[in-house]
Design a protein around this ligand. Structure first.
Ligand SMILES: [Zn+2]
Length: 158
C-alpha cells in the first residue's frame, strides 16, 4: 500500500489532508454473520456506503452471489452506537468487452473463410459454417500441410 492510501481506513488520501471516515459494523444472515459480534468492519462516510462496501468485500471473498443476483438483508451500525439501520443490498455485474487486434495474416484467412460462408468465433478459436466448424489451429495445420481451403472445407465432418 503506497502513501496515497490511508493505512487505517484504506481510503485515498487527498492532498488537502485526510481524516478517516467513521467505522461501521455490518452483519446479516448472508453477510458476516447473524449477530453483531460477527460483523464485518468497514470505514465509510455513511451507513449506506458501509453496507455496500461490506457487501463488496464479502462477495469478493465468497462466491459473488450478490453480484450474480442475490439480494441480502444487512444490519448496519456505527461502531459504539446502538442505532441500527437495515438495508437490502443487491449488485450487478458490468459487461466487459475485449478487443484484440488481428494480425494481417489472420485477416487474410478470415476474409477467405468468410467468403466461403464461415464466421470466425474468437471465443472458441474456430470457424463456424452452416453445419460444420473447424478449429483455427486445425485449419492452419492443414493449410501448412499444403491443402487448399476448398479441400479442407470439403473434408470437414458434417
Ligand atoms: Zn484513513
Amino acid at each position: 500500500m503506497s502513501d496515497l492510501w490511508c493505512k487505517t481506513c484504506g481510503k485515498f488520501k487527498s492532498s488537502a489532508g485526510h481524516t478517516c471516515p467513521p467505522k461501521w459494523q455490518v452483519w446479516g444472515e448472508d453477510l458476516g454473520g447473524r449477530d453483531r459480534d460477527d460483523a464485518l468492519e468497514v470505514f465509510a462516510v455513511d451507513a449506506e456506503y458501509a453496507a455496500q462496501d461490506a457487501a463488496e468485500i464479502d462477495d469478493a471473498g465468497g462466491d459473488y452471489s450478490i453480484v450474480s443476483g442475490s439480494e441480502v438483508r444487512v444490519f448496519v451500525a456505527k461502531e459504539g452506537s446502538d442505532k441500527i439501520q437495515q438495508f437490502i443490498v443487491s449488485g450487478e455485474s458490468v459487461p466487459q468487452y475485449n478487443a484484440n487486434e488481428i494480425s494481417s495474416e489472420d485477416i487474410k484467412l478470415i476474409d477467405k473463410m468468410e467468403k466461403e460462408g464461415f464466421r470466425y468465433d474468437a471465443h472458441w478459436g474456430s470457424f463456424r459454417g452452416m453445419n460444420c466448424q473447424i478449429k483455427e489451429r486445425e485449419l492452419k495445420k492443414q493449410l501448412n500441410e499444403g491443402k487448399s481451403l476448398l479441400e479442407i472445407i470439403r473434408g470437414m465432418p458434417k
